[in-house]
Design a protein around this ligand. Sequence first.
Ligand code: ARG
Length: 458
Amino acid sequence: MSNKMWGGRFASAPDAIMAEINASIDFDRHLFRQDIAGSKAHAAMLAKQGIIAADDAQKITEGLDKILAEIEAGNFNFQRALEDIHMNVESRLAEMIGAPAGRLHTARSRNDQVATDFRLYVRDTVDQLDAQLADYQQALAERALEQAGTVMPGFTHLQTAQPVTFGHHLLAYVEMTARDRGRLADARKRMNESPLGAAALAGTSFPIDRHATASALGFARPMANSLDAVADRDFVLEVLSAASIAAVHLSRFAEEIVLWTSPIVGMLKLSDKFTTGSSIMPQKRNPDAAELVRAKTGRIVGALNALMIVMKGLPLTYQKDMQEDKEGAIDALSSLSLCITAMAGMVRDMQPEPARMKKAAGEGYATATDLADWLVRSLGIPFRQAHHITGSIVAAAAKDNLPLHKVPLATMQGVEPGITDDVFSVLSVDRSVKSRVSFGGTAPSNVKREAKKWLKLL
Ligand code: ARG
């Protein structure tokens, strides 16, 4: 049997392989809610404009509501032979209500239909991701307030650089996440225009009201150009690129969790809730969730890459290549959602090891900059020269295997005679972090203020 949706021109059914490569129902079934919402808005508009009878529109709407309930209850028989979600729903509608179902597709094509469905789907997903990211920020800010005074080593090149506070470190991720949310919000605003009514590509001769369907579906306005409406997928690309950046941020923190929970570092512990064991090594506590957050970044960035490459060579307007926008994007966005939830869970669960952190902060001459700053402030020595003097003192300390605050005053005076006892007041890690009160600096007082600011904002 040839296809009942478009079979008029065809004498026989497609080859099995044709059907298999063509079918998108296995992944676009995720769009059922949006597909039904779009069809209901379209049917109501057609009736209001006198294009179909009010009675038919009512039958269509009731049928679509029943289909929605069937799908939600898991009672819907999705068929590959019907290619995609649009034809599966329409075909079921025809079974249910007969002839009026055939009027639903008036002044519409699957091209504007799929563009509408996917915009709605991506928009809904962005809203859900935004709420999850806000919860993740909340978790980070709560822990930041609690850890405002916890001293740990700050790193550059993964070498001990200067002491910072754990709270400050957590707030860095609150800031990154705020920008991630900003990018998603920008993308949402730009994508919030309705393709519906562009029809196949050229618009339609029926007296449709695209403004009505746009507003019924929560879009700000209809898209102004029918060719653009069915041809572009920049809204998916934009959200995937915002999602990729967000995933990269999550992955960096995940990597730190993996590193810091390693026994050789020992700065952080995850409870049993967020660790797994080994089937052979009884002592193991593996941070699998963090590792998987790090890994899933690959498929999210991969989906962006894949769609960029699909789109780059496509002449206007709709090409079947564009059906490949969904599988990767749906997977990427649901992966991101899972990663955010897992990270928020780990942030709430993790326990820092303050003693280990503080000891590590004191190792590696992390307060050397404080010593150089003291030379500048107390002796009026230019910073470059102070840097050099401090370098010599650090070298002497390293030779005797002493931390900076244990170097005898006489040794320091051997390098710079002007140094007094007062220098020891800046060499502890606590003093170091307390002194970093510049705007955006790591001082506990700053961290407390910033954490409270965020907790109020969120
Ligand atoms: N399943 C298709 C997609 O996802 C729907 C649009 C089909 N349009 C067409 N002209 N064949 O892109």
